[in-house]
Design a protein around this ligand. Sequence first.
Ligand code: SR1
Ligand code: MG
Length: 426
Amino acid sequence: MTTPADYRILNEAGLRSYLAGFPAVGARLGGAASTWSIAEVGDGNLNLVFIVKGAKGGLVVKQALPYVRLVGESWPLPLSRSHYECLALRRQGELAPGRVPAVFHQDESLALIVMQLLEPHIIMRKGLIAGTHYPRFVDHISDFLSRTLFLTSDLAVPAAEKKQGIAAFAGNSALCRITEDLIFTDPYRLAEQNRWTSPWLDEAAAGFRRDLEAHLAISRLKLKFLAGPEALIHGDLHTGSIMVTATDSQIIDPEFAFYGPMGFDIGAVLSNLLMAYFAAAGHERTPGARGDFERWLLATVEDVWTAFRRKFLDLWRRQAKGDAYPATLFEGADGAACLEAERDRYMENLFRDTVGFSAAKIIRRIFGLAHNADFETIADAKLRATCEARSLRLARRMLVETAGFPSIGAVTAAARELRDWRPAFA
Ligand code: SR1
Ligand code: MG
């Protein structure tokens, strides 16, 4: 791993004098550099994030650290992830206009990106923990998913161009490696950094370590992740990578971007909604107080898939400029009907992948290194373990018995049935 010679970790004073050297950035902030307010607000696992505000406006500055922030200097991580994040932000901005923050300035030597401050947005996960509904979310996320995935796939892009896209992101292998270990391997074996809500989930964790059916299923998904460059994926599309208001949704933090399986991104969104659903019982003040919110979450799970499917197919029918399924092989009414039936099969396969990846993402948040605040903020550890056990029960079925979920309605029905299921320890 090479660190650029002039790389340095910026503090607030260092950032002030750095930004003052860029008049275009200064003009966005307004006023003298000495008057800008600068605060480091990063609460993610990897980077520094500063909010800078001046008389005229604000900016976000994200700087990659040469190590994993969550763990410390003992876990080095390449600064090049900032390059891939910037590349992905710019590409996603072209593919799905208005759905990602604008990039104003990039410095590869400092592994730094200056981008649009999203205000009054909050991290979606925080809103979900508070029980807030986001009525426009389905429309926004289905636009983002369908456009970024379809428009970078072989259905839309000629083969040579697609291969250039794969090559442009191929160096982001250290970030892929985190996913390969933390999602597809560690939760199913003894790993130093694993943790779970003990003692209540001790038996469940041991069960997953013995469960060869689960090991096979997760390994098949890992192979798809390793060897399935279907489209440019965000790579870490949980609800902490989405910022929302009542009327807007913005997708942030694509530093894990690479060409991978589409179901990984769709599964990330669905699994995080499902975890918010199971966590809601741990956040309600009185029994049933979150009923409306829970119903909205399951309807949103259904609607995200349904809207994604409709928009993706619509793009396929209108913008199939790639080398897959050559039009000359599907001429006439019979050809059109044959291709339409094939589109249905394609979506069935993608749905199966989505269900599997969704399960993998739930299991990693309960047994692996990086947990999520939906569960972590449930102070009563036994209640937290109960919410997590319900999620695990659904996830294990989705992972191993994927064919038992032929539709998104089957997923939400199973989640609904588990809402009040009591594990043996409860
Ligand atoms: C060591 S990084 C842990 C996790 O944080 C990121 O958000 C990814 O989800 C990664 O797996
Ligand atoms: Mg992130």
